[in-house]
Design a protein around this ligand. Structure first.
Ligand SMILES: [Zn+2]
Length: 329
């Protein structure tokens, strides 16, 4: 359960409930459980059980609707590519034009629809809650549109923004929210939680995920597991040709991530003696710590670029060619 994993962060929410701000910004690394905390908090705010408990009852009508993804006073604002609970389309609203690919941005139409949603009365007479996730996926127009709602929040509306890259949000949006940092949970609790989810080698995946248990679970049990293992084997063997033979764009982002972590281990392992992310992977020899650090930064940028259309094979080859101390430059 997320509240066991994130007991300290959950405690902060319980304290906030007494004087609830109209907008919260949950920020922290990817996969630490921010979204699940936001959802649990939203459920708590909507729970219609009479007790003033610090957790939702999971039994009342509101809780059941929430858990079923169809509470009428909750709206998710997510990129189409992520959306699990698509917004119900109103009759007077034209259906969005079918595009070939779902958008990876939060579009202004979604934020405008959200403004309509928070401005109408609540269905249940309680609060209306908007969960904006990941908030950094708002483009400039969307963010400016949301800002209007944040500046003049309708009574009863609560905005929960979830972000692992808060620096990419408009400063004016950030300043309208109360920031709630969500740190990674205790490693022991996170490992136990992963083991309970059936993960075989929790410590390894927790290290790879930088201590973020949701991300570790996704890596260890997700559809990309095979690709990750193949990639790690290729890098360990120094077979960069095999590493560059990535099947799709999603693997490209993964390659950038693995190379970034390898480089950080290589840069800081030399100083601190110890590898943080990939302790089991023997890193390539050669290269100075400063070169590895520069390479890690370059891979951080590549992770962002890897989401956009380009030639995946060429991009992969370019990344691998930048590994310090291995290929002629
Ligand atoms: Zn309830």
């Amino acid at each position: 359960m997320i509240r066991d994993l994130q007991a300290a962060a959950w405690g902060k929410f319980a304290a906030l409930r007494a004087r609830l701000p109209h907008a919260l910004l949950l920020q922290g690394a990817q996969g630490v459980g921010k979204l699940q905390l936001a959802e649990r908090f939203a459920q708590l705010l909507l729970c219609e059980s009479a007790t003033q408990a610090s957790a939702p009852c999971d039994a009342c009508a509101a809780c059941r609707w929430f858990l079923g993804g169809n509470h009428p006073d909750v709206r998710y604002v997510e990129p189409e590519a992520l959306a699990r609970f698509p917004a119900p389309s109103d009759e007077d609203q034209a259906a969005p034009a079918k595009t070939t690919k779902p958008s990876t941005e939060i579009r202004i139409e979604q934020v405008r629809a959200l403004a309509d949603f928070v401005n109408i009365g609540s269905h249940r007479g309680g609060r209306r809650i908007a969960i904006v996730h990941p908030a950094e996926d708002m483009n400039a127009a969307s963010a400016n549109s949301l800002l209007k709602s944040l500046e003049e929040p309708p009574a009863g509306a609560v905005f929960l923004l979830v972000s692992h890259r808060p620096a990419r949000l408009l400063p004016t949006v950030r300043s309208r929210c109360v920031a709630v940092p969500v740190p990674p949970p205790e490693p022991k609790a996170a490992s136990a939680w992963l083991a309970a989810q059936g993960v075989n080698d929790p410590a390894r995946w927790l290290a790879f995920a930088g201590g973020a248990p949701r991300r570790a679970l996704e890596l260890a049990t997700g559809e990309r597991l095979g690709a990750i293992l193949t990639l790690l084997r290729a890098l360990e063997a120094g077979d960069y040709e095999a590493a560059a033979a990535i099947p799709d764009r999603a693997s490209l982002e993964l390659l950038a991530e693995v190379l970034q972590k390898l480089a950080l281990d290589r840069a800081f392992g030399a100083l601190a003696g110890g590898r943080r992310f990939l302790p089991e992977l023997k890193p390539p020899a050669g290269g100075q710590p400063a070169e590895w650090l520069a390479f890690a930064r370059a891979m951080g940028r590549s992770r962002l670029l890897a989401r956009h259309p380009l030639n995946p094979r060429l991009f992969a080859a370019e990344m691998l060619a930048g590994i310090p101390g291995t290929l002629p430059r």
